[in-house]
Write a protein that binds this ligand. Structure first.
Ligand code: TYM
Length: 375
């Protein structure tokens, strides 16, 4: 998983290069979402989310099992999370919007973990105080996505430790240093908090079973970079008497600068939920389009929507109508649509979306305690 001979790298802490998802499916040992499983899912959801239709939500582990249980009236709960290293960006909203869709369709509970401990231990310059500050900033975005307050519980690892710690050490006892080295690439120089951390992220995958005193199935929607944690957890949980969690994976939204995944450490590669209209406009104007060097050449030869970050922004987020998206892609391929018009339209949509989102974020400030799980 760390090898770069394939030209890309995906770990929970580092994503590099242009990801080949077919190869990643094999490396990670995950299942593509095929027609059979999607037909089964659609029986319950009636329609399929645009992220599924576009193969952005693209893979799973044990979704068949989860649906078997659901059909036997053994209802599941959802679990997902955020590592608060900074403000929320557009990419983070992808698995959260999809999680909300699942919550609405199946009418199920959601546990949302904020790993302030993780980010403190992995980011050399991040203080624990700042990790906590960003946790509460990020929680505003989670609430703004629209989760049901009666069915959604959010917690910070450092604040919910009385409940989490005894469960985390039960997991940790079954994980060796050599496993974490093989799965995550740790070395003798890694700090010991990092080596322990995967046991903390495993806990919410069975916490509802602890609460209810019986086994409750769990479904984890996530960006595929987080899968390795649950590969480890899925080996350990049966040893503690719990179900393995099912997982549904999202591809990673590429950055605006055309260098692989959007990343908080390259602020121009993404839009943060707190960005002003001016900043959004500037970032989109400077985005990589992959169009030909001159307008004449572009009109003659056309461009490639698969590498154009503006086209990808429409695909992942800003054009949810499939026919209209095809029109945009065709415009790019045929050379009819030029980068300038494209970017202007995208910037307008993005500014509108974030203005709305920021209003919801403001309203969320009074709702935090309704969502928090405290011990
Ligand atoms: P974090 O904060 O790195 O990311 C939060 C969620 O967003 C996904 N993600 C993306 N999805 C699409 N496109 C992108 N460009 C993109 N960038 C990030 C991540 O995969 C993740 O699902 N340790 C975790 C927090 C966590 C968690 C969990 C995540 C705790 N428990 C359970 C998923 C499921 C973290 O640092 O995520």
């Amino acid at each position: 998983m760390f090898m770069t001979e394939e030209g890309f790298k995906v770990t929970p802490w580092e994503v590099k290069g242009r990801i080949d998802y077919d190869k990643l499916i094999k490396q990670f040992g995950i299942e593509p979402l095929n027609n059979k499983i999607l037909t089964r899912l659609k029986k319950h959801t009636k329609d399929l989310h645009y992220l599924i239709r576009r193969n952005i939500i693209f893979a799973h582990r044990d979704l068949d099992w989860l649906l078997n249980e659901y059909e036997k009236r053994n209802k599941f709960y959802l679990y997902t999370g955020r590592g608060p290293s900074g403000h929320t960006h557009l990419g983070h909203l992808i698995p959260w919007m999809f999680t909300k869709w699942l919550q609405d369709k199946f009418d199920v509970k959601l546990l949302f973990q904020i790993t302030d401990d993780e980010k403190f231990m992995f980011k050399e310059k991040l203080s624990l105080e700042d990790a906590k500050k960003f946790s509460y900033e990020n929680i505003l975005d989670v609430i703004a996505v629209g989760f049901d307050p009666k069915k959604t519980k959010i917690f910070l690892d450092t604040e919910y430790s009385k409940t989490l710690y005894p469960q985390a050490i039960r997991v940790a006892k079954h994980i060796t240093f050599s496993t974490t080295k093989a799965v995550f690439g740790f070395s003798n120089e890694s700090n010991i908090g990092q080596i322990f951390f995967t046991s903390v992220q495993a806990v919410p995958a069975f916490l509802e079973s602890v609460f209810q005193g019986r086994n409750v199935p769990c479904l984890i929607p996530l960006g595929v970079d987080q899968d390795p944690h649950f590969r480890v957890a899925r080996d350990v949980l049966p040893k503690l008497g719990y179900y393995k969690p099912a997982i549904i994976h999202s591809k990673l939204m590429p950055g605006l600068t055309g260098n692989g995944k959007m990343s908080a450490s390259d602020p121009n590669s993404t839009i943060f939920t707190t960005d002003s209209p001016e900043v959004i406009e500037r970032k989109i104007k400077n985005a990589f389009t992959g169009q030909q060097a001159t307008i004449e050449l572009q009109k003659k030869l056309g461009g490639n929507p698969d590498i154009c970050s503006v086209c990808q922004y429409y695909k992942f987020f800003f054009e949810q109508d499939d026919k209209k998206l095809e029109g945009i892609f065709e415009g790019e391929r045929s050379g009819k649509l030029l980068a300038g018009e494209h970017k202007e339209d995208l910037a307008e949509r993005a500014i509108k979306f974030f203005e709305e989102h920021q209003k919801k974020r403001e309203k969320a400030k009074d709702q935090i305690e309704k969502f928090m799980l405290r011990d």
